[in-house]
Ligand binder design. Structure first.
Ligand code: AMP
Ligand code: GLY
Length: 432
């Protein structure tokens, strides 16, 4: 079978890497891909937003399964376009992907289906937002979120009224996100520990993946602005078996059932970004896709063939599928460009990648890289995700950090504390 993967980040490199290992797969294409993906798949010069061109290619090349990484094509309706043409695709429909595409829809949906969430208000104009900042109905800090897609950079934590007003003005007139947002959601700040909880869903059944903790802030000790994610570890040691059961019962199943009831059947990866508070798990956000860099550690730990799982989801039949996971832990350390998450410096040559070729238990998943004049260069903020397996979490983290010393580019920045909190908690009865 031929498989087409849509996307160009580290998540898509991990997907291509895993899909290539399947005996069911003869050829893998990736649109548009990156320098690392180009070594193991045929890259196509089609942007992720060109959904008609992607469908044309899948049709002409007789692609047996298309797998979509990022949210943009989902929100643009790639699954709907493929379904119209009878082409198998692993991606939720536009209606189902709204759970990620609109923060206001997602919050109101969670209220309707009693999914545990922070208190919030939806503001439809700058005046409403400024009024909310002045009233501070949940006290400070407040969290302000742009309604649309923002690559993980649309949430601002404001500590007082003037910060909140500045954030509301910035989000609504937008300089940072490149487009204005007509709506924002203002919500209660929840203290606690975050966990990423991902499941495969065929619309009714949910198959949970291993637990993951992302590190969203740019700086060590969780300081500085939010990013798309600076590193991940799996397992997340605060996810106990009891919490796992509670999240399935209170968050995942009501959400999948609620989407089905509202005519938005969800087939794909449902990713709940959760805060574990002292009052239990609460949803910070839903994503309609694999996380990046969550996918890198999840797929490194997945022992089963991924392709039958993706096919089961696409066909709406996960009944027969079982997932087998490695006992080893995994860690991913993201190497970023100077300036990220604001304007990132690009065009820097990446040195030393060959030192990681062929190493067992370490993979350098490429994100913003491209091949230019025989060199691999940086083309964006998050450049590489150095991913390692280890017999224990500390071993995986240590192996990933050792591997980072082999590669370099000017301005290379990364967090030095990926996994530190999960390691400090080792010994708890973790789910997986
Ligand atoms: P989101 O775009 O909704 O995932 O938010 C990005 C990040 O902002 C989350 O991963 C959290 O670190 C933080 N965040 C979002 N909402 C809240 C909240 N209500 N309370 C505390 N932190 C939050
Ligand atoms: N790593 C967070 C995300 O993919 O949204």
């Amino acid at each position: 079978m031929k498989v087409l993967v849509v996307g160009n980040g580290g998540r898509e490199h991990a997907l291509v890497w895993k899909i290539r290992q399947s005996p069911l797969v003869k050829e893998v294409f990736c649109a548009p891909g990156n320098a690392g993906i180009a070594k193991i798949a045929t890259c196509l010069p089609i942007e992720t937003s060109d959904i008609v061109e992607l469908a044309d290619f899948a049709q002409d090349a007789r692609v047996g399964l298309t797998v979509v990484g990022p949210e943009l094509p989902m929100v643009l309706g790639i699954a709907d376009e493929f379904a119209r043409r009878g082409l198998p695709i692993f991606a939720p429909t536009r209606a189902a992907a709204e759970i990620e595409g609109s923060k206001a829809f997602a919050r109101e949906f969670m209220t309707r289906h009693k999914v545990p969430s922070p208190r919030y208000e939806v503001c439809n104009s700058l005046d409403e937002a400024l009024d909310c900042c002045a009233r501070a109905p949940f006290g400070f800090p407040l969290v302000l979120k742009a309604d649309g897609l923002a690559s993980g950079k649309g949430a601002v934590v404001a500590h007082d009224r003037s910060e909140a007003e500045a954030a509301a003005r910035a989000l609504m007139s937008d300089k940072r996100l490149g487009q204005a947002t007509a709506k924002i959601v203002i919500e209660e700040f929840l203290p606690g520990e975050e966990v990423s909880f991902l499941v495969f869903s065929d619309g009714q059944k949910a198959l949970p993946m291993v637990s993951v903790q992302d590190h969203k802030r740019i700086g060590d000790g969780d300081t500085g602005p939010n990013t798309g994610g600076m590193g991940t570890v799996s397992p997340a040691t605060h996810l106990t078996l009891d919490l796992h059961k509670q999240i399935m019962a209170e968050v995942i199943l009501p959400t999948i059932g609620g989407l089905e009831k509202e005519g938005r059947r969800f087939q794909g990866v449902l990713y709940a970004g959760l805060m574990i508070t002292d009052k239990g798990p609460k949803v910070l956000e839903f994503n309609a896709r694999f996380g990046d860099p969550e996918a890198q550690v999840i797929l490194a730990r997945l022992k089963s063939d991924l392709v039958p799982v993706l096919q089961g989801v696409a066909a709406g039949q996960l009944k027969e599928v079982k997932l087998e996971w490695a006992k080893e832990a995994a860690a991913c350390v993201v190497l970023a460009s100077a300036g990220y998450p604001d304007a990132a410096q690009t065009g820097q040559e990446i040195r030393g990648l060959e030192a990681l070729d062929g190493q067992s238990d370490v993979v350098a998943f490429h994100a913003a890289t491209a091949q230019r004049d025989g060199k691999v260069v940086t083309v964006g903020g998050r450049v590489l995700g150095i991913t390692a397996l280890g017999a224990s979490l500390p071993a995986a983290v240590q192996r990933a950090y050792e591997a980072t010393t082999k590669v370099s580019f000017d301005g290379m920045a990364f967090r030095k504390d990926i996994g530190a909190r999960s390691i400090a908690r080792l010994g708890a009865t973790t789910a997986r």
